[in-house]
Design a protein around this ligand. Structure first.
Ligand code: IMP
Ligand code: MG
Length: 426
């Protein structure tokens, strides 16, 4: 059966989506990104070599499949060209990387505006990645954005860039970040020749694959709890990170979707500010950070670590219509005497919903499970997991009411327990 499979993160990003996309890419005809920009950082380990992808989909190591960066993505051209050069340098055929000409460009003034916005927020700063993502989406919605298609028409490009600079000029000069339009246009002209061979009508590409009966694998960025509409607003990113974002970011209808895979760590992390009820400000949190190497791929910031959050996960499964879960980094949890999951939030002695998780006085209730000491990184069959580890994954499955299809136990491509392929349940 052909159709669309969507991979989304069901936490606050960095769940390990890139890894599972890399595994599932074999079955798809095309891999596509639908939202976000180079705020994403997907780390892959391919034949012992660490590769970080920011805008290019994780399926890049699956020659000769086309990879689409969809209309819903915002693209930093300089960063994109650099990423292509880095991939080319290690022998990857990057001609397969296609960019929908509807995608909006993140320009240097967006990066400056991102910084100025964070400064202005002071204590309420979001802790953005500083890549200009928010301001690019603002311009898109405000209809003052510049699209990849504009690169084909230098006059229109100049007009649009000048109009945007007129709009943002005061703000930029006040913040000491004035941008010279002439110089920016020269830079864009140079980048434009590099990007031109990659520009496509992404909608035509998507529907060509679907009409031929092919599969498309959609790769989400960030996580559900960072969704601009349903996440922990205002501590969110500026795009729709949930499965519905794939429809509006690539241009197909919901009936094309066959499967939604929700990726979650066996515990939880968050980078940047905002509510995180299951956060562990103690030695256990430190242990998860150290063992899980929980530092931002892009910014190097230490990630906040905490227990798995059942309330948020259930909410995320609903929002995305998750049909199967992937539990990643189970190996990181070995050696804990007991492992917790946040099973409810309580305020004034009463359970409250996920919509109130940012409120003062909301405390998490933790349910405990016995830990396991065995190293699980070499395990490849679910029945070979230590009893307590398996019981823990079963508990996650039950709590979310969603079957677990895969468990990852290490960074290598092969460090995966496939429950789907074994035909078993956890
Ligand atoms: P922005 O997307 O740079 O505007 O950042 C908004 C929020 O989303 C911040 O809390 C970031 O730390 C977070 N964020 C953005 N991209 C990622 C990601 O790829 N992984 C994890 N957090 C992210
Ligand atoms: Mg990441």
């Amino acid at each position: 059966m052909s159709g669309v499979t969507i991979v989304v993160g069901i936490q606050w990003g960095d769940e390990g989506k890139g890894r599972i996309v890399d595994v599932l890419a074999d079955r798809a005809e095309m891999i596509a990104r639908f939202g976000g920009g180079n705020n994403a950082g997907h780390t892959l380990v391919v034949e012992g070599r660490k590769v970080v992808l920011r805008s290019v989909p994780s399926g890049i190591f699956h020659a000769p499949k086309p990879l689409l960066i969809g209309a819903g993505v915002v693209i930093d051209l300089a960063g994109f060209v650099q990423e292509l050069d880095e991939l080319r340098a290690i022998g990857v055929d990057v001609s397969r990387v296609k960019l929908d000409e509807r995608a909006h460009l993140t320009l240097p003034y967006h990066i400056a505006l991102d910084r100025l916005g964070e400064q202005a927020r002071g204590k309420g700063a979001i802790g953005t990645t500083g890549r200009g993502i928010g301001p690019t989406y603002v311009d898109r919605v405000a209809r003052s954005g510049v699209r990849a298609a504009d690169l084909r028409e230098p006059e229109r490009l100049a007009q649009r860039v000048r109009a945007a600079l007129a709009l943002h000029g005061n703000r930029l000069s006040e913040g000491g970040a004035a941008i010279d339009a002439g110089r920016l246009l020269e830079e864009l002209a140079a980048l434009s020749t590099r990007v031109a061979p990659h520009l496509v009508d992404g909608v035509a590409l998507v529907h060509d694959v679907l009409e031929r009966g092919g599969d498309i694998l959609c790769e989400g960025a960030q996580g559900t709890m960072l969704d601009v509409g349903f996440g922990t607003y205002p501590y969110v990113t500026s795009s729709h990170t949930i499965a519905g974002g794939a429809c509006v970011g690539l241009g197909f209808g919901p009936m094309a979707v066959r499967e939604v895979i929700g990726v979650t760590k066996a515990y939880c992390t968050r980078v940047g500010a905002g509510p995180f009820p299951s956060e562990l400000d103690d030695a256990v949190g430190e242990q998860l950070r150290a063992r899980g190497n929980e530092y931002g791929t892009n910014t190097g910031r230490p990630r906040r670590c905490g227990w798995f959050d059942v309330v948020a996960a259930r909410y995320a499964c609903r929002l995305n219509g998750v049909s199967r879960l992937v539990v990643t980094k189970l190996d990181v949890m070995s050696g804990l005497e007991r492992v917790g999951v946040v099973s409810s939030y309580v305020k004034d002695g009463r359970p409250v919903g996920v919509d109130r998780l940012g409120e003062a006085g909301v405390t998490p209730e933790v349910t405990w499970y016995p830990g396991w000491s065995e190293d699980v990184s070499a395990v490849r069959r679910v029945e070979d997991l230590p009893r307590n580890a398996r019981a823990y994954v079963q508990a996650l499955e039950q709590a979310t009411d969603t079957p677990v299809g895969w468990i990852s136990v290490g960074a290598e491509r092969s460090s995966l327990i496939s429950i789907v392929d074994s035909g078993r349940r956890v």
